[in-house]
Design a protein around this ligand. Structure first.
Ligand SMILES: C[S@@+](CC[C@H](N)C(=O)[O-])C[C@H]1O[C@@H](n2cnc3c(N)ncnc32)[C@H](O)[C@@H]1O
Length: 196
């Protein structure tokens, strides 16, 4: 499937994080063709079979309203139906900077953010979503490596680096521990250490 995550098999990482965290309520921002969506759901399917844990993934995208690379929700729904993981996934249309309002505080176990991330994305997402993450919950951001901050479009449009924002972000520093998987495109895992 067409995804920058596929090259280095990040699907395995998504699946494993869901298995080891036993996450139940998962939210994803940025779906496109559903590569990360399907692998997060594989973890949920494993947890159902092996531990009787019924988790669910709500995934949001702007679909045709996004002016750059995008697809239509029914096309991604077809891909998900073919994967036989449809019971674990609900696709939604929604803006990453608005749909946080649908969630209660400390209700989300795992949030995955992949909306053509830049440092600005992290800066805006953290204050909106932090309170929604439960203690010991996880936020996954696409990016965080130096290589990812230097891809053509980040340099061309002078986008603020993700890594600098992660290092300087007050909420991240005070509430989360940070680990970045460095293989391209890289993935940063924030583990919530404190309530709030
Ligand atoms: C890099 S793709 C997601 C890739 C996908 N997670 C994967 O595993 O391959 C980015 C997606 O984010 C969506 N997007 C961009 N800005 C958004 C926003 N503010 N809210 C929701 N979705 C957004 C785009 O429509 C696009 O489909």
């Amino acid at each position: 499937m067409n995804s920058s995550y596929a090259k280095n098999n990040y699907g395995r990482v998504f699946e494993q994080i869901v298995k080891s965290s036993l996450a139940r309520n998962i939210v994803e921002l940025g779906v496109l063709y559903g590569y990360s969506t399907i692998h997060l759901a594989k973890g949920l399917a494993y947890n159902k079979t092996h531990f009787g844990i019924f988790g669910h993934l709500n995934s949001y995208d702007l679909w045709e309203s996004y002016p750059y690379k995008h697809t239509a929700m029914p096309k991604t729904q077809d891909i998900i139906n073919e994967s036989n993981l449809g019971d674990f996934i609900t696709l939604n249309k929604g803006d990453a900077f608005e749909v946080y309002e649908k969630y209660d505080d400390e209700s989300i176990c795992l949030l995955h953010v992949d909306i053509s991330n830049t440092g600005e994305t992290i800066k805006r997402i953290m204050p909106l979503w932090n309170s929604k993450i439960r203690r010991n919950g996880i936020i996954l951001f696409e990016g965080g490596s130096v290589e990812r901050d230097n891809v053509d479009w980040m340099l061309k449009y002078k986008e603020p680096p993700i890594r600098d924002e992660i290092n300087s972000n007050k909420i991240i520093n005070e509430v989360y521990s940070v680990n970045t998987y460095e293989k391209f495109p890289s993935l940063t895992a924030l583990h919530k250490n404190k309530a709030g």
